[in-house]
Design a protein around this ligand. Structure first.
Ligand code: ADP
Ligand code: ASP
Ligand code: MG
Length: 412
């Protein structure tokens, strides 16, 4: 008897009709002789709606209260799913993060899992009952409700699969797998049947929200067999596996667009040892992730210092960096959130010179100005103006020969 963890995302459980369809799918997996545990997201759009309600009241709600608010989305959905399973004649029990418990650190709104207890869920499974776990949420060691960051239900599912040593973790969403680019932005994106954890981790970390990047990290660490499927049916799906199992390797696996990006520039910073540290250490202390960093060549002993951060952290970062800017007598601090990051990802980058210039050429041909660049073994990223984001994805996708061949062409 296999143990399967099935996770259903927001669009798969958007209405009670959707929930009924999903419940039937869960039930049929069980009827086929498997043990199954379900993880659900909030009903589609619910998390955004809760966030905008909070925003109507406050520009900066505390992380603790934001988590208490957002966790309700998954609670509603888990209870409705259990009610539906019961109505279909199956035994089911909903479980919140705090009941498992799924214990996290205390970084509210993007907490990381510290431990996941499995006793209660194993007990429920042994009673031939379907556990329905509210994704995305946990509890801090102090006992406060926490959440794992947007898209975090995937991570709940993989963590559960790892802890229970499940045979498979199935992520059901509104696309039938991972594509070479977001198919909703790039209609010519190609379906990927099999992809390595490493490449998927890069894609997810750079904006391919089909999987939460932490879920891929956990799947690789605990060797969880992970598959992405459509909850609306279809044969196609994508397996995420170890690198050596991927036979066909292209230079570039995919192109991503990351929208949650802002930049802060500090103009005319005295160019002396310790300055970068004094600017960035308050951000590190506040657990704000700094991504790209650029310092211009110094002129007359002064330089400009620019870096990117998630837009969700911009207000906090402005406050912290503004204070440092005054202390070090910089001329001014500028902030912008009208930018995005476009990245080309693939394990072939490290061994193929010329990949970067091909990407830059494709952007220049569309008259898109590159504001910042960063590269690693696995990726090349460019920060550009937000309004060109989707165009840039299509241009880079085409430049690397990733576009699928149109039907007419194949038939010709
Ligand atoms: P869920 O609510 O099921 O978790 P998400 O919205 O989080 O769904 O993730 C699915 C979405 O991810 C797709 O609708 C698609 O627009 C987007 N996406 C971004 N990049 C990719 C990609 N490379 N392959 C497939 N989907 C992608
Ligand atoms: N409901 C949360 C979100 O919208 C978590 C998730 O869907 O995975 O981000
Ligand atoms: Mg998601």
């Amino acid at each position: 008897m296999s143990l399967i963890i099935q996770k259903y995302g927001g669009s798969s459980v958007a209405t009670t009709d959707h929930i009924r369809r999903v419940a039937m799918k869960v039930a049929s997996t069980k009827i086929q002789g498997n043990k199954v545990a379900v993880v659900v997201s909030a009903m589609g759009g619910q998390t955004d709606q809760l966030l905008s309600m909070a925003a109507e009241i406050s520009g900066s709600p505390s992380g603790r209260e934001q988590d208490a608010l957002l966790a309700t989305g998954e609670q509603v959905c888990a209870a409705l799913m259990s009610i539906t399973l019961e109505s279909l004649g199956h035994k089911a029990k909903s479980l919140m993060g705090i009941q498992l418990p799924l214990v996290t650190d205390n970084v509210h709104t993007r907490a990381r899992i510290i431990k996941l207890q499995t006793e209660i869920i194993e007990q429920i499974l042994s009673e031939d009952t379907i556990p329905v776990v509210a994704g995305f949420q946990g509890v801090t060691e102090e006992g406060w409700i926490s959440t794992l960051g947007r898209g975090g239900s995937d991570t709940t599912a993989v963590a559960l699969a790892a802890a229970l040593k499940a045979d498979c973790c199935e992520i059901y969403t509104d696309v039938d797998g991972v594509y070479t680019a977001d198919p909703n932005i790039c209609p010519k994106a190609r379906h990927i049947n099999i992809i390595s954890y490493q490449e998927m981790l890069e894609l997810a970390g750079l904006g391919a929200r089909v999987l939460h990047s932490r879920s891929v990290e956990l799947a690789q660490k605990y060797q969880v067999p992970l598959v992405v499927k459509s909850s609306f049916g279809g044969e196609k799906h994508t397996w995420i596996v170890n690198e050596e199992e991927v036979m066909e390797n292209s230079i570039i696996k995919g192109v991503t667009l990351e929208k949650n990006v802002s930049k802060i520039s500090i103009i005319r910073v005295p160019d002396r040892p310790g300055i970068a540290h004094s600017i960035l250490s308050p951000l590190a202390e506040a657990a704000i992730n700094v991504d790209m960093i650029i310092q211009n060549a110094s002129i007359d002993g002064y330089a400009d210092f620019t870096f990117t951060i998630p837009t969700t952290e911009l207000e906090k970062a402005k406050e912290l960096v503004g204070q440092v800017a005054r202390e070090i007598n910089a001329r001014e601090m500028l902030a912008a959130n009208n930018i995005v990051k476009v990245s080309a990802v693939g394990i072939g980058i490290k061994t193929n010179p010329g990949v970067a210039s091909r990407m830059f050429k494709s952007l220049s041909e569309e008259n898109i100005n590159i504001e910042m660049i960063s590269t690693s073994e696995y990726r090349i990223s460019c920060v550009i103006e937000e309004k060109y984001g989707e165009l840039a994805v299509r241009a880079v996708h085409k430049a690397f020969g990733l576009d699928k061949v149109s039907k007419e062409k194949t038939e010709a």
